[in-house]
Every structure is written in C-alpha cells, then in structure tokens.
Design a protein around this ligand. Structure first.
Ligand SMILES: *Cc1c(COP(=O)(O)O)cnc(C)c1O
Length: 225
C-alpha cells in the first residue's frame, strides 16, 4: 500500500468502529484521492463547489462526497445532483436553496447544521437560537427534500486541549437538546461531525460520529499553487 493508504489504515486502526472517517481531499489531486480509494476509503470531503463537482466527475461513482465548507447559495446547483451529505448548513437561505435544488434533482439531501462553537470570531456557524428559529418555522417544515441528520462544528485552532474539549462538549449538548426538542424517535438524526487532524482523538472521546481528516492523510496543503 502507498503512503496515503498507510495513513488511512493507521487512523482507522485507532478509531472505534462506529466513528466514520471523512478523508478531506481539498486542494489535493485526483491521483491522491484515487490512491485513498484504492486503499478502501469511500467518504471524501471537499470545501469548494466546483472542485467537488469536477472531482466527482473524474472519480468512481461509488464515492460518497461530503461538502464541508461554507456553501454559497449560488453554488448549491453544482453539487445537488450527487452530494451525499452537506456538513455546513448555516442559514435558512442556503437550506431553502438546497431544498429547491434537491427537488429539481428528485433527491432528498442529508444536511448537518453547523454551529459556531469556537471562541474564535472567524468560523462560520449558527447559534442555538438561530437553529431553533429555523427548525420551529413553518417554512422549514415545508422542506420535503432535506433531511437534517445531525450537527457539525469546528473547535478553536489551539493547543489548549481543555478549551477544545469544552467546545466539543458544547456541540454534543446542542445535539442532545435538538434531538430532544425536534427529532425524538427520528433514527436519521444521529451524526455529530467534529474532529480534524489535530483534535480528532478528543472529538471521539466527546461523542463524534464523523471525523474530518485532511493533512494527517494527504500531507500539508499548499494553497500557493
Ligand atoms: C480542511 C478542513 C478539515 C481538515 O483539516 P485537517 O486539519 O487538514 O485535518 C476538516 N474540516 C473542515 C471543515 C475543513 O475545512
């Protein structure tokens, strides 16, 4: 097995069976993704609509493509025909467009609500209040082509592991509250997407079901090229 395959095997060997690995392949070439695919990896995460569309076209059909970046409304149309899970729903506006494009493609698209859990200002994401407002609305109840299957969040980019743990605990609490208030008995509402290369062990301890790992599999990203 190649280097990428070894990295995947090593991460999979460390994580519990119920936790799924999203291999974050953003900025990486087709060959790297193919190598991960050949090593058995099937879920890949990307954060740019055109990039995920082009990679989807070039690679095997049975890949599960997850969209993990900030999604602009005018880009939803590029991914609606194939995307398996959108991790990053952060507004009513984008939800409305996802529903519209899903309907056009005769699909039901699974989505996670992204929450702002980090102490850093820069990250995207809903507050619990905003999420409650969306989920309570009549308009949301009319979205028949969307399935909300859980929550997503990004912890602060810091070596302070206590802070990171606290932020993951907060996301889990949000998940549990939403489950109780809106999704009781709904077997599809079951995902907590949290944990990246630097913090996935903590995320798993705090209940993550989907970890999103890029650099630990594919190496550092070079945004200059
Ligand atoms: C890039 C990215 C990741 C992966 O980050 P690594 O530190 O390379 O593992 C995970 N989640 C999101 C939302 C990302 O944009």
């Amino acid at each position: 097995m190649g280097k990428i395959g070894d990295k995947i095997a090593s991460i999979k060997g460390q994580i519990p069976e119920q936790v799924r690995l999203v291999a974050v392949s953003k900025t990486k070439p087709i060959e790297d993704i193919q190598e991960a695919y050949d090593a058995g990896q099937r879920i890949f995460g990307e954060n740019k609509a055109l990039e995920i569309r082009d990679k989807h076209k070039a690679l095997p059909d049975n890949i599960h493509w997850h969209f993990i970046g900030h999604l602009q409304t005018n880009k939803v149309k590029y991914i609606a025909s194939f995307v398996k899970l959108i991790h990053s729903v952060d507004s009513m506006k984008v939800l409305r467009e996802i529903n519209k494009q899903a309907l056009k493609n005769d699909r039901i698209i699974s989505c996670l609500l992204q929450f702002h859990i980090a102490s850093e200002e820069t990250k995207f994401g809903l507050s619990p209040e905003e999420a409650y407002e969306i989920l309570r609305s009549e308009e949301f109840k009319s979205f028949h082509n969307i399935k909300i299957t859980g929550v997503m969040g990004m912890a602060s980019n810091t070596f302070n592991t206590d802070l990171v743990r606290q932020e993951f605990k907060y996301l889990r609490t949000i998940y549990q509250n939403l489950q109780f208030d809106f999704f009781l008995g709904n077997i599809f509402f079951r995902e907590i997407s949290m944990g990246m290369s630097g913090d996935y062990q903590i995320a798993i301890q705090e209940g993550s079901t989907l970890i999103r790992i890029g650099s630990s599999i594919f190496g550092a990203r070079n945004y200059a090229v």
